[in-house]
Design a protein around this ligand. Structure first.
Ligand SMILES: Cc1cc2nc3c(=O)[nH]c(=O)nc-3n(C[C@H](O)[C@H](O)[C@H](O)COP(=O)(O)OP(=O)(O)OC[C@H]3O[C@@H](n4cnc5c(N)ncnc54)[C@H](O)[C@@H]3O)c2cc1C
Length: 375
């Protein structure tokens, strides 16, 4: 029986594992979280997708793949390693009340009390609305949802939603009653407040901030898959440039599920899903275009603003460097526990530096894991 190894237990990985089992493979799925579901479901898999938890799949949670040598052998590997939030530095962004938008949502899902707290949600993209709506449902007072994109672009995108009535309804339900403003972004945060472009100083208990999502390309890169401008290159069957490795997900939840199924199914069943997947890809492109980051965001950091939070490196220390590699060597920027996961995408936006090449381990790990990588 052919074997398939799936890395990542979010919507894409679960769909891929399920589809591979339907195709007759022996499937193992690994995820580093204690519960399955990835960023969006976080252990609470919606009823309509519980069929993905086929008992024939061998599931191992709490397992982090940090290097290529650690991978169990399999005829086929499906990488579904998802995304993380993009943060951009501005004065005060390291203060304790400033959190990632998805990060605050995750903390509330894990029990952080939010009822009665004043929250400003700021940054870029539709995730801001999803987070604000969720926090409001849990009792938070949403002071403002500040979207950096210009009004014309967001308005054009909203008008285009008539082509996808389901998404129009979803957006309207999320936005209902929220103070949502375009052309607005954080200029600085101070203890207990944030200054938003066009809206002045707003007192708040939390600033939930995220400037879109960055694909986790480290593991695909480590395995030799071609990555271009932050995306893993795949063909229509989700095959990467390494013959037995597929990549799926890292887009909207609908698209991630379709890509996972296409990666897991045999060619014939996969082909039937191409039109739906291609439509989802086109929709994601429209989102990217509407909410692309404006140039003013790269001018917010001052010389004193910390860029690398792990190693306390200020902007003044990195801006004269030639590239990411020399910034690392000269200033230790990106050398701390997050291994450039936060400052890398930020510096890409600020200085135009593409990310440096990836080396194992891609996550900080215990010495015992390095001593016996195959255990
Ligand atoms: C913080 C955050 C919050 C989000 N909230 C929402 C939301 O509320 N609504 C919405 O529509 N979209 C949300 N999104 C977007 C969401 O990620 C996608 O819609 C969807 O979850 C993508 O599914 P996926 O399976 O590709 O990736 P993910 O859901 O990210 O799943 C990837 C999984 O792989 C695991 N993994 C990654 N690397 C490794 C490794 N090396 N070893 C082992 N396991 C690994 C991860 O821990 C994760 O569990 C959020 C994104 C982020 C980053």
């Amino acid at each position: 029986m052919p074997s398939t190894l799936v890395i990542g237990g979010g919507p894409a990985g679960l769909a891929a594992a399920w589809a591979a089992v339907q195709s007759g493979d022996a499937v193992t799925l690994l995820d580093d979280n204690p519960a399955l579901g990835g960023q969006i479901w976080r252990g609470e898999i919606p009823a309509r997708y519980r069929r993905f938890l086929d008992p024939r799949i061998t599931i191992r949670t709490g397992v982090q793949i940090h290097s290529a040598t650690q991978l169990p052998k399999a005829d086929r590997i499906i990488l579904a390693t998802g995304t993380r939030e993009r943060f951009l530095p501005f004065p005060g962004w390291t203060l304790p009340h400033v959190l990632g938008a998805g990060g605050l949502q995750a903390m509330v899902k894990s029990g952080l009390p939010i009822a009665g707290k004043r929250v400003v949600v700021a940054g870029a993209g539709p995730l801001l609305l999803a987070v604000a709506a969720y926090l409001r449902k849990r009792g938070a007072k949403i002071v403002l949802v500040a979207e950096q994109a210009p009004y014309q672009r967001v308005s054009r995108f909203t008008q285009s939603l008539w082509r996808t009535p389901g998404k129009l309804l979803q957006a309207a339900q999320l936005a209902l009653g929220l103070r949502y403003r375009t052309d607005a972004w954080p200029l600085r945060a101070d203890p207990g407040s944030v200054t938003i472009q066009g809206h002045g100083v707003l007192p708040c208990d939390y600033l939930a901030c995220g400037f879109g999502l960055v694909t986790n390309t480290e593991l695909p890169e480590l395995l030799g898959c071609r990555v271009d401008t932050g995306a893993v290159i795949t063909d229509s069957k989700q095959r990467t440039t390494v013959p037995h490795i597929h990549f799926a997900g890292a887009g909207s939840v609908d698209r991630s599920i379709l890509e996972g199924q296409i990666a897991g199914f045999d060619l014939e069943r996969a082909r039937a899903l191409y039109p739906a997947r291609d439509a989802a890809v086109r929709f994601d492109r429209r989102i990217d275009e509407a909410f692309q980051l404006r140039s003013e965001l790269s001018t917010l950091a001052t010389p004193e603003t910390i860029i690398c939070r792990c190693e306390d490196v200020p902007f003044s220390a990195v801006w004269q460097q030639r590239d990411w590699r020399s910034a690392k060597l000269q200033t230790r920027c990106g050398m701390g526990p997050c291994q450039g996961r936060i400052c890398g995408p930020a510096l890409e936006h600020l200085c135009g530096w593409p990310a440096a090449s990836v080396r194992p381990p891609i996550f900080p790990t215990r010495l015992e894991n390095l001593l016996d990588l195959r255990d």
